[in-house]
Every structure is written in C-alpha cells, then in structure tokens.
Ligand binder design. Structure first.
Ligand code: TYM
Length: 338
C-alpha cells in the first residue's frame, strides 16, 4: 500500500497527486493552511508528487544567492511541516529538465489570447517594472509541471483555479490534435482556508509578493505572530458571525482557527461572543501549529547536505515518470527521436 520508492515500482492503483510552490518570498500562513496542510492528506493513500518550482520564481527578477538559499529553505520547511520525502516524491523543478522541455510544447499549444486573460499575469505585471516573457507564458510551464506526471488531482489554494483550468484546456487541445497523450487533471480546492486573507487588509489575500503587517510568516518569532492576531482588523459591530462578504476580518479569523483546529468556521462562530477571545484563541491555535514546525525546521537547517541528498533522490524518482511522458509527447507531436 506504500508509494513507489527506490525499491518499489510505481503503484498504479493509487491516484497521482501533484502540486507545487514557489521559493519566492517567505512562506506565510496562507500557503500553509491553504495548500501545504492539505498536501499532508495525500501522503498515505495517494501517490503524491510535490515540487519546489524554482523556474517559476525566475519570472520576476531574483537575486541568485537568495533564490538558491530560499529553494533549500523551502524544501526544509516542507519537510518540517510533515511532507516526508519517504512517503511522497519531493523535488526541485529545475532538477528534472523535462519541465522546461515540455513547457515549450505547452507554449505552442496555448494561445496568446488565453495567456492574456490570466488574472495572475495582469496583477503581477501591473506591479512590476520589468515584465518578462516568462511571466506571460508562466501557465504553460505550470501545465507542463502537472501533465508530466499523469496527474489526477492538483490540490491548491483558490488563487490557482484559473491556472488549473488552462492546464485542462491545454491537455484537451493537445490530446485532440496529436492523440491521447495526457491525463486531464482535476483541481482540489479545500473548503477551509482556501483563501487566507491579510490580517490588516482582509479584503486582500495574504501574499508573498505583498507582505504587510497583516502577513503571518511561518518562521516569524511566535510572540510577533501572537501580536499580529491581537491587532487584526475586524469591524465595529462586535458580533461574531461567519459572513465572508460583510464581515471579512472576522470570517478570516474563523477560517484560520477552523483550519488550525479542524473545526468548521460556522460552528466556531457560535462559541464566541467577543472579538477579543476569538483573536486570542486563533493566535494560540496558530502558535501551537507553528511551534513544532519551527523546531523541526531549525534541526533540518543544521544539515543542508541531508536535504540536498533527499531532493536528489526525489528528482530521480520524478524523472522516471517525467521522461516517459515527455517521450510520448515528443513522439506524438512529430519531433524526430534524438
Ligand atoms: P504559490 O507559490 O504562490 O503558492 C503555493 C500554494 O499556496 C496557495 N496560497 C494560498 N492559499 C490560501 N490563501 C492564501 N492567501 C494563499 N496564498 C497562496 C496557492 O494557491 C498554492 O496552492 N503557480 C503556483 C505554483 C505552481 C503550481 C504548479 C501549483 C507551479 N506549478 C503546479 C500547482 C501545480 C504558485 O505560484 O503558487
């Protein structure tokens, strides 16, 4: 019943799950609750493939030394959260060259119009001085990531919905032009904390690219984290009710508390009469979640050689599947065998 490892063959009975995260900016509570905690659910009964997408991080200008350090740091954080490389395939995107190779075939399958409609591109290009070609074709690389692994399910936060939809469109178009090549994946967006909002500006999602006093970082000092919750924006009517539209600050706290404790936000709302107690309990739940992650991360950070070794093994496992899929795509599209 275990996933494929160096001594096991791929277990075809288990559905393949793929997801990725960029090593850009600091890991925050939105990433943790919206994506990474849900990733843990797939370690036992699915064939989970998780990737640190360093090539995607290059779409906005990056300091090379910082990118290198953040890639390793993120891999260590993933392991600290419980993404155990013995129970899944964990690797760095640029270590498996088929991602870049297939991305070109994806770029030639997606249209300029489709790429122009991506809201992530519009948001990011509005905020950057230098708009790279890579930022525009980013969804083609993301489609390659997913399709290389015959992925059935892609667990992501709500902001990735459009990226998974375009991946499905690309896969279907490729299959109809060149014959069955790719599995068409489904996205899985968790009901709880799929969109964690900034504590100070609850109408905006918590984001790596726009850190504010309302962004809670996974590696923040825990006293600072508790303070951020105390200062979270709520509203003036002082009624605890789960209403995302009219009470976004309160609903965000309930979502966070719900995701950290496994309880439904609506049920939690009924337990509180005042904002103060809700803020304290949410802060305590988040601190209790982060404390062991930070301790484990600090241990792993002492031994970067071990993380590098685990990532190398992960890339070898990933490449076995990626090479076979790329080969099928190469052949079907009519590129001559090397
Ligand atoms: P990235 O690195 O921005 O975010 C990683 C994951 O965190 C989720 N997330 C959130 N969830 C809830 N609330 C928030 N405030 C919040 N902010 C981020 C994201 O939805 C994501 O699941 N394009 C992707 C990376 C990627 C990828 C892939 C994902 C590249 N290839 C293939 C899945 C499959 C991205 O930039 O995620």
């Amino acid at each position: 019943m275990r996933r494929w490892g160096p001594t096991r063959l791929p277990c075809r009975a288990m559905a393949r799950v793929f997801s990725g995260i960029q090593p850009s900016g600091d890991l925050h509570l939105g990433n943790l609750l919206g994506a990474l905690v849900p990733w843990l659910d797939y370690l036992e009964e699915h064939d989970a493939v998780y990737c640190v997408v360093d090539l995607h991080a290059l779409t906005l200008p990056k300091d090379p030394a910082e990118l290198q350090a953040r890639t390793l740091e993120l891999a260590q954080l993933l392991i600290a959260i419980g993404i155990d490389p013995e129970r899944c395939t964990l690797f760095v995107q640029s270590h498996v060259p088929q991602h870049s190779q297939l991305a070109w075939l994806m770029e030639c399958t997606v249209s300029f119009g489709e790429l122009s409609r991506m809201t992530a591109f519009k948001d990011k290009s509005d905020r950057s001085e230098f708009i790279s070609g890579g930022l525009f074709t980013y969804p083609a690389l993301q489609a390659a990531d997913i399709l290389l692994y015959n992925t059935a399910m892609v667990p992501v936060g709500d902001d990735q919905r459009q990226h998974i939809e375009i991946t499905r469109d690309i896969a279907e178009r490729f299959n109809s032009r060149y014959g069955e090549t790719f599995v068409v994946p489904e996205h899985v967006i968790g009901p709880v904390a799929a969109r964690v909002m900034d504590l100070k500006r609850p109408e905006r999602k918590m984001s790596k690219s726009e850190e504010s006093a309302g962004t809670v970082l996974v590696l923040d000092d825990l006293a600072v984290t508790a303070k951020k919750f105390k200062r979270a924006v709520t509203d003036s009517d002082n009624e605890v009710r789960y209403d995302r539209e009219n009470k976004p600050g309160v609903a965000n706290l309930l979502d966070i508390l719900g995701a950290a404790t496994g309880e439904a936000p609506e049920a939690l709302a009924a337990k509180y009469e005042q904002y103060g107690a809700l803020k304290v309990d949410t802060a305590d739940a988040v601190v209790a979640l982060l404390e062991p992650i930070q301790a484990r991360y600090n241990e792993l950070a002492q031994d970067p050689g071990e993380t590098t070794r685990l990532l190398r093994l992960g890339a070898q496992k990933a490449q076995e599947v990626a090479a076979a899929t790329y080969e099928r795509a190469r052949k079907n599209v009519g590129l001559v065998a090397p």
